[in-house]
Design a protein around this ligand. Structure first.
Ligand code: HEC
Length: 148
């Protein structure tokens, strides 16, 4: 490698190391299980597992952080998804939503699932078992539709 290439490589390496000094905050907000959607509506066990397995990492206060969430800049990008996901829809604080808001969110869930938008593809790429089979997707669509 020529001198310029070596310098660029060294700069990239230094930046990559420096990024690691800015870890993300992995503290989950305090959990009140009585506010969770599973406490407000009767949720069959298979549905609960699907929600927790495919949605809760971004749409709840029970996010699990695997090892790669410690590696910047990937960690920053993941944290952004979690913040945004919770902001749009948080199953852990379902009880705080007004009746209209709940209705609207349920409609959105059906829509996002039918369109195959959720769970995010970039997420299932790393979390193979969060991927929904067509049958599981339909089960969730039916369950969310029946709640409305
Ligand atoms: C990797 C994180 C992630 C996962 C996992 C995930 N979502 Fe999302 N979700 C987001 C983000 C980020 C947004 C907001 C931006 C967007 O719409 O793309 C969002 C938006 C939504 C919205 C729109 C809410 C609104 O009213 O604006 C719904 C509904 C939704 N997700 C449902 C689900 C369901 C149901 C699952 C599980 C089957 C799921 N999501 C899994 C990250 C995620």
């Amino acid at each position: 490698m020529n001198k310029k290439g070596t310098t660029i490589l060294a700069i990239v390496a230094i930046l990559a190391v420096m990024m690691q000094f800015f870890p993300i905050d992995k503290t989950n907000p305090v959990l009140d299980p009585s506010k969770d959607i599973t406490a407000i509506h009767p949720v069959p066990n298979d549905i609960k597992l699907l929600l927790q397995g495919s949605c809760y990492d971004c749409h709840s206060n029970q996010t699990a952080y695997p090892w790669y969430t410690s590696v910047a800049p990937v960690s920053w990008w993941i944290k952004h998804h979690i913040n945004e996901g919770r902001e749009h829809l948080n199953f852990s604080t379902w009880a705080d939503y007004s009746t209209e808001r709940k209705e609207h969110k349920l409609e959105e869930c059906v829509e996002e699932l039918k369109e195959g938008e959720m769970p995010l593809e970039s997420y299932t790429w790393m979390h193979g078992n969060a991927k929904l089979s067509p049958e599981d997707r339909q089960k969730l669509v039916d369950w969310f539709s029946n709640l409305q």
